[in-house]
Design a protein around this ligand. Structure first.
Ligand code: MLT
Length: 407
């Protein structure tokens, strides 16, 4: 008899964005003529930058020639990409990260989801609330939580990110082992200052804890004071891992390429308290379970670091930030409190009522898809998230519709 992993039984019925997709499909079936505008899941709409396309084509052509053909690549990624990442994403901002501390992968969702398997089953996990559901659900699957009670899993330490703290959580009030942080934040769009990140690094160093820092949205930062990487903070190399993605930066959601940075000086501990490099554990896992991102995709990703690529990525992220400004302007004019959208593609809006009811109202009355805040955690109740990933004309149309029904 094959017995199921009992921890799956604790999960909510389905993944947030699958749930939303089902509601949209049902609405569309009932209203075949309605033109739905999707500002829910953060999926990009603009094509890959021309520099990436050019590099992609060239690499495919290389694969057609026997003397340039490539089979399995290094699981951790090709040197040309790891070197470009180390130079442009880290050395350029004064962060000391070497190419061999970079693990190229097929997504930050997969990496943030898989990373928890390196930790003891009784590790104490801290997550912000609201939070990207992947951090929580994967720890539930691994058996690190109890039951789901009143919107929270027993055993997890929730760090409330609310209006009173500007959506940057306070340090935990008890010792924790693993801390998930995401800035610019998904879903709130909040950013953390250098001082705030320094407090987290100091906490992690004091408690021999580990920070899992998700920086998937760093390319949207425009404020020069906001750090792009946790490794800009002194002391972070010993206590942090960083996840990055080409998805939102350069339109790779369908193409798949991301990376995780693990400094060789970052330590984790065995039962006797002996330190051991986290790098070795992830390297073991990565080489066992992953066979690398395809060569053409890595070539396409590396093209974002050329002068042309950098300009095009800036244009792409500026485009979505223009959408975000439009959304924020209209929503504020309608009298709602909101944050995000200035250094982030997400706008977090206080709607003061049931999140799902508000989501349904916007879907039914305006055919506009958003994401209900409560899907990201109990502190998200009373909020919705609007994503700026869409065409500008559609955003304008969606905002006209919202003004009509809410104005
Ligand atoms: C989101 O909408 O929160 C993201 O698109 C989800 C993801 O990146 O997996």
């Amino acid at each position: 008899m094959v017995r199921i992993n009992p921890h799956y039984g604790k999960l909510q019925s389905s993944y947030l964005f699958s749930d939303i997709a089902r509601r949209i499909a049902k609405f569309q079936e009932a209203n075949p003529g309605r033109n739905i505008i999707r500002l829910g899941i953060g999926d990009v709409t603009q094509p890959l930058p021309p520099a990436c396309i050019e590099a992609f084509h060239k690499a495919v052509d290389e694969m057609a020639m026997e003397n340039n053909f490539r089979g399995y690549g290094p699981e951790q990624g090709y040197d040309f990409l790891r070197e470009a990442i180390s130079e442009n994403d880290y050395h350029a901002v004064g962060a000391d990260i070497s190419p061999d501390e970079v693990f190229v992968s097929d997504g930050a969702k997969c990496d943030t989801g898989n990373f928890q398997e390196l930790f003891a089953s009784d590790a104490v996990i801290a997550v912000p609330d609201p939070v990207y559901p992947v951090y929580v659900d994967t720890n539930v699957m691994a058996g690190r939580t109890g039951a789901f009670v009143n919107g929270r899993y027993d055993g997890l330490v929730y760090l409330s990110s609310v209006r009173e703290n500007n959506y940057v959580p306070a340090l935990p009030d008890r010792p924790v082992d693993v801390i998930y942080l995401c800035f610019p934040n998904n879903p709130t769009g909040a950013t953390a200052t250098r001082e705030q990140l320094s407090e987290w690094v100091a906490y992690a160093r004091d408690h021999k804890a580990l920070i899992l820092f998700d920086a998937a949205y760093e390319a949207f930062i425009r404020d020069p004071e906001i750090p792009h990487s946790i490794f800009e903070i002194d002391g972070a190399r010993e206590v942090a891992v960083e996840f990055r993605s080409f998805s939102k930066t350069a339109g790779f959601t369908g193409t798949r390429c991301a990376f995780t940075v693990i400094p060789k000086t970052c330590m984790v501990y065995d039962d006797a308290g002996n330190p051991s490099p986290l790098f070795n554990l992830w390297n073991r896992r990565h080489t066992t379970k992953f066979n690398g991102v395809s060569y053409p995709v890595q070539r396409a990703a590396a093209a974002i670091y050329t002068d042309k690529g950098k300009r095009q990525v800036r244009g792409l992220t500026d485009y979505y930030l223009k959408n975000a400004r439009k959304i924020r302007g209209v929503i504020s004019k309608l009298g709602f409190y909101c944050i995000g959208g200035d250094n982030s593609p997400y706008i977090w809006i206080q709607v003061n009522g049931d999140s799902w009811a508000f989501f349904d109202r916007l879907l039914n009355d305006a055919a506009v898809v958003t994401t209900p805040g409560s899907g990201f955690g109990s502190c998200g109740e009373g909020y919705i998230r609007i994503s700026a990933f869409s065409q500008y004309e559609k955003v304008e149309e969606a905002m006209d519709r919202l003004q009509n029904i809410l104005g």
